[in-house]
Each structure stands twice: as structure tokens, then as C-alpha cells.
Design a protein around this ligand. Structure first.
Ligand SMILES: *Cc1c(COP(=O)(O)O)cnc(C)c1O
Length: 402
């Protein structure tokens, strides 16, 4: 399930790279996209051959189904190739499994984790639950801390977990400054890069040790499979692999295939998601009833200057704050939408709207806003149709707010 990162096409544009990545001839034979190889048992001709295989490094060798087949290896290898400078990638059955395994790979009892206060809430639950039970303490930090992280690094700090931008409140972190402070103290860095993907934010090149994606979102891209990935910087892969093997992490070849299939169109989809989301965010910012729009590409969103410096573009997820109103007024907006469905997750071809309440998931930096919030995932529908839908929604909101 891992890739060796040959860097094929590493100097080419994003569209070219996602089309070619991971399609090694020995895995695809003459088939365009790597086919589904299902396996648990692998057969050997002799006892000697069985013993020789078991005693070797089984990376990219058929050994036992849990170690994967060319279907999983190809997707992992593709994700490695998209991260210039990376060592290798492993796949996980979900984004949360990728996050938990990466953290268990680097942390031990007695260690301290610095976790960004804007992190995805299941990441917080892991820190406050299992990690705490195993004697690992967590300190939450302000997403805008930047180089100031140096003052938070203590004698037991082992790892810093970042998410940029946050997936509810969209603060952009100064990843290079945090990485520099961490490297100076020998602290491991991890980044949840689901929003940007390596196409918009090449995390390994920028010095991050482990970059994580919920591939469920943009890699799969069609809201029909769960998948996660962790890509490691040079020298960092062995620890991840040991933890993953011990935890029995495995992805079905069918799901890996869906990831591989989705990946081929990820660059064009991201372009469209990004363009439409930005147009809608700008439009929303000028509407009565909207207090604020939180989108990294808009000035005024915390970390916008860092975004402009470090990112190659934006994707399709952002949120906005309503100007006053209550739960019922927010529901009047969302419930009547025709093109935006109500549901969690994002990164698929269809638009989604959800109510969000970030104040429930903050401890280091209290969250305050002018009214209730809504998060939008902008899909691949026509932008004028989406705006008309939201326009009617805001009229319902204003009527309900009074
Ligand atoms: C969805 C999400 C995850 C978790 O991914 P799953 O595949 O749903 O487990 C992790 N991080 C972020 C930012 C997400 O949005």
C-alpha cells in the first residue's frame, strides 16, 4: 500500500501529474487505470519461496492481502508522486484512521502534543480520548500562532499537529514558520492537508514531516467511498509503516480503485470547485443578512496574507456568518435550498450546506460571531444556479429573522 515516489512528472502541471501518477506498467499491464486485484491469500510454489518472501521487505511485493496488491500500491504511489520530495504514502480506511495512525506512530506515553484549536473535531476527540488515556497530553494552540509556537514547545513536546485552513473557521496557519520552529527543537510536524491537497499546497516540499488527507473528499471526489492517506517526508516512513502494520490498517482494493479513478480528474475538479466557490463567496460578502464570509482567498479571513504567499489556489469549501438571527432563521435558509443538499463531508461533485457551531470545538481561542454560521461545499453545478438558490435562501433567512 505504499509508494516509492519516483517523481515521474514532478516538474509538470497538476493536470498532467494526476493523469500519469502511479500507473507503473508492471501494475497496470495494458490496462489504463490500475485494475482491482483482490486478495487475502497469496500462493507460493515451495516452502523455500514462502520463507524467502516472509523474510524480505514486502514493500510492493505480493505477500499477504493485508499488505496490499498493485491496486492499493498504485494509488499510494500516485499520492507520493504528487508530493515533491516525499518518501512514501500509506492508505487508510478513512481520514480519521489516517490521523489516528500517524499520531500513534509518533507519540509515546509522557509526550505532549500541540494541537491547533481549529482542528477537525474528531482529531480533538482522539487527543482528549485515546491519546489522553495512553498518557499523552495535549495543549491546544491559536491557529494564528505562527513563529510564536516556539514559546509553546516544552521539554516533553513531541509533535505539532496543524490543519490549514481549519475546516469550519478557515484560519490559514503559517506552516513554514511552525515547521522551522519545530525542526529547531526536533519536534515532529503533521498537517491535515485535506482542504488544499498537494496540488494547492505541497506540504512535504514546505518541510512538513507527515501530510494527511481525507481522500474521502477530493481524491475520491464522488461521495461514494471512504479513504485516507499519510505521506511521509524522507526518513519518516518507517515509523508510520510499523504503526500501520501493527494496527492492521488496510484499504479494500475496490475503495483504492475508486480513489485512483477519482484522482485522474482531481485537477480539473479542483479548478472548478475553486473558481465557483470564490465567485459565490464574493457574492455572499455583498448580501444583506451576511455578516462575514470566511474564505482564505478573501482579505479579512485570518491568515489571508499567508494563504496568498503559500497556496497555489483555493478549493470549494468555506463558511459564512449570518448577521443576527437564531437557529430557526438559519434553518429557514438551509431547509429550503433546492440545489444544496444537507449533509456532512465534502469534496464530491454535489453542493452541500450544513449549520456549523465552531464555539463548541474551541478551548485555547474562544470563537465569537455575529450570528449563526453555515458551511458550504460548492459542487460542480453552474454557479449562477447556485447563487440563485442562495439568494432565495437569504430572503427566507431575512424574513425569519425579522
Ligand atoms: C472529513 C475530514 C476528515 C476525516 O475524513 P473521513 O474520511 O471522513 O474520516 C479529516 N480532516 C478533515 C479536515 C475533514 O474534513
Amino acid at each position: 500500500m505504499s509508494g516509492a515516489g519516483e517523481g515521474r512528472g514532478g516538474d509538470k502541471g497538476a493536470g498532467t501529474r494526476v493523469v500519469g501518477a502511479g500507473r507503473r506498467p508492471e501494475w497496470t499491464q495494458r490496462i489504463v487505470n490500475p485494475p482491482v486485484w483482490r486478495a487475502s491469500t497469496i500462493l507460493y510454489d515451495t516452502v523455500e519461496e514462502l520463507r524467502a518472501t516472509a523474510g524480505r521487505d514486502t514493500h510492493h511485493k505480493l505477500f499477504y492481502g493485508r499488505r496490499g496488491t498493485p491496486t492499493q500500491w498504485s494509488l499510494a504511489d500516485a499520492l507520493t508522486q504528487l508530493e515533491p520530495g516525499a518518501e512514501a504514502t500509506l492508505l487508510y480506511p478513512s481520514g480519521v484512521a489516517a490521523i489516528s495512525t500517524a499520531l500513534l506512530a509518533v507519540l509515546s506515553p509522557g509526550d505532549e502534543l500541540l494541537l491547533v484549536d481549529s482542528a477537525y473535531d474528531p482529531t480533538r476527540h482522539l487527543a482528549d480520548g485515546l491519546l489522553k488515556r495512553f498518557g499523552i497530553t495535549t495543549r491546544y494552540y491559536d491557529p494564528m500562532v505562527g513563529a510564536g509556537i516556539a514559546e509553546l514547545i516544552g521539554p516533553t513536546t513531541r509533535a505539532i499537529f496543524m490543519e490549514s485552513p481549519g475546516s469550519l473557521t478557515f484560519e490559514v496557519q503559517d506552516v513554514p514558520a511552525i515547521v522551522a520552529a519545530a525542526k529547531a527543537r526536533g519536534v515532529t510536524t503533521l498537517l491535515d492537508n485535506t482542504w488544499a491537497t498537494p496540488l494547492l499546497f505541497p506540504a512535504i516540499e514546505l518541510g512538513v514531516d507527515y501530510t494527511i488527507m481525507a481522500c474521502t473528499k477530493y481524491v475520491v471526489g464522488h461521495s461514494d467511498a471512504m479513504l485516507g492517506s499519510v505521506t511521509a517526508a524522507p526518513g519518516k516512513f518507517a515509523a508510520l509503516r510499523h504503526a500501520s502494520y501493527q494496527l492492521g490498517q488496510h484499504v479494500s482494493p475496490d475503495d483504492a480503485y475508486l480513489g485512483s479513478r477519482g484522482l485522474r480528474t482531481m485537477a480539473v475538479r479542483l479548478d472548478r470547485h475553486g473558481e465557483s466557490a470564490l465567485a459565490i463567496a464574493r457574492w455572499l460578502g455583498a448580501q444583506p443578512g451576511v455578516a462575514r464570509v470566511l474564505h482564505p482567498a478573501l482579505p479579512g479571513t485570518p491568515g489571508h496574507d499567508i494563504f496568498a504567499r503559500d497556496f497555489r489556489g483555493s478549493s470549494g469549501l468555506f463558511s459564512f456568518v449570518l448577521d443576527g438571527g437564531d437557529e430557526a432563521a438559519r434553518a429557514a435558509l438551509i431547509d429550503g435550498l433546492e440545489l444544496f443538499a444537507i449533509g456532512y463531508s465534502w469534496g464530491g461533485f454535489e453542493s452541500l450546506a450544513v449549520p456549523i457551531d465552531p464555539e463548541r470545538y474551541r478551548s485555547a481561542t474562544p470563537w465569537q460571531a455575529e450570528g449563526p454560521m453555515v458551511r458550504l461545499q460548492i459542487g460542480l453545478e453552474d454557479v449562477d444556479d447556485l447563487i440563485a438558490d442562495l439568494d432565495a435562501g437569504l430572503a427566507r433567512f431575512r424574513a425569519a429573522r425579522g
